[in-house]
Design a protein around this ligand. Structure first.
Ligand code: NAD
Length: 255
């Protein structure tokens, strides 16, 4: 890792016992678990599929079966994935810090599987379903998972949809408010594996910076977040984050 090693040690110094840390993760943190990101040119989902058809309310209205089958495929893919060392290192960092809020744009459950508690999901979850009309929660049966089209809501009869945020839809307001308040008041904003292109999550590092926080970005590619970050840790989260957690542990042992 070379120069990154030195930057990791520099970053670790900000994770003091009493530092308030907010961590924002994106699809990149799950890439090493085999879950494809959205925007990577070769492997990203949007290089192979049409977001307009699959991840908008209009696409669902036009062809609910197509959207349903795509989400069932993603559910299967994510259901078969296991957390990687990056997810586990974030759970460890949370245990090492008194105040640590994990905010994710991911719709998988790999942070929870790795032992992170109280994860704030800004874009919903692939494992939750609700009625497209009355929003009543719906528990999927095995048959519904294998079906070619979405089931009907038990309450109003409209179609059931994945409880994820699609393009053009609003984010859960309470989650956004909690994330923004925490970002404004934090000492350290750790950003991991996000392209920083999806609003409003992309604003959280800026809010943190305006509030006086140290912004640390972990990504194998430079991007809009690394350009405003105080420390850019160039590399894969599955390699950089375990090294960061180790460096924080070592600093604590020296005290
Ligand atoms: P994105 O696809 O726009 O960007 C992924 C980022 O991860 C890029 O900056 C890329 O350089 C980086 N990356 C790739 N491999 C990495 C690695 N090993 N370690 C660290 N970083 C790596 O994803 P985004 O910014 O999260 O975009 C937001 C949208 O993506 C959200 O709507 C989210 O719901 C959705 N999404 C979630 C999942 C998931 O839940 N796992 C998967 C795909 C997309």
């Amino acid at each position: 890792m070379g120069g990154v090693e030195e930057a990791i040690v520099r970053a670790a110094q900000f994770f003091s016992n009493d530092a308030a840390v907010v961590c924002l993760t994106g699809a990149g943190v799950s890439a090493e678990s085999g879950v494809p990101t959205f925007r990577d040119a070769q492997t990203g989902l949007w290089s192979r599929f049409d977001a307009e058809e699959l991840a908008t309310p209009q696409g669902f209205e036009r062809d609910p079966g197509l959207v349903w089958r795509w989400y069932m495929w993603r559910l299967e893919q994510v259901g078969a994935a296991a957390p990687n060392p990056g997810h586990r290192a974030l759970a460890e960092l949370a245990r090492l810090c008194e105040a640590f809020l994990l905010v994710t744009q991911n719709v998988d459950d790999l942070h929870e599987q790795a032992g992170s508690a109280d994860v704030l999901h800004l874009h919903g979850s692939l494992f939750n379903f609700r009625c497209a009309a009355c929003a009543a929660p719906h528990h999927l049966t095995v048959e519904e998972r294998g079906a070619d089209s979405p089931p009907a809501c038990g309450l109003c009869g409209d179609l059931v949809r994945p409880d994820v945020v699609w393009f053009g839809e609003s984010l859960p307001w309470d989650a956004v408010e909690e994330a923004a308040a925490a970002a404004h008041g934090c000492d350290v904003m750790l950003v991991v594996g996000t392209s920083g292109l999806v609003y409003p999550a992309s604003q959280l590092p800026l809010v943190a910076r305006q509030g006086g926080a140290m912004v640390i970005d972990v990504n194998p590619e430079p991007g809009p977040i690394s350009s405003i970050a105080d420390i850019f840790l160039l590399g894969k989260s599955g390699e950089v984050l375990p090294a960061l957690a180790r460096a924080v542990r070592e600093l604590r042992a020296e005290l």
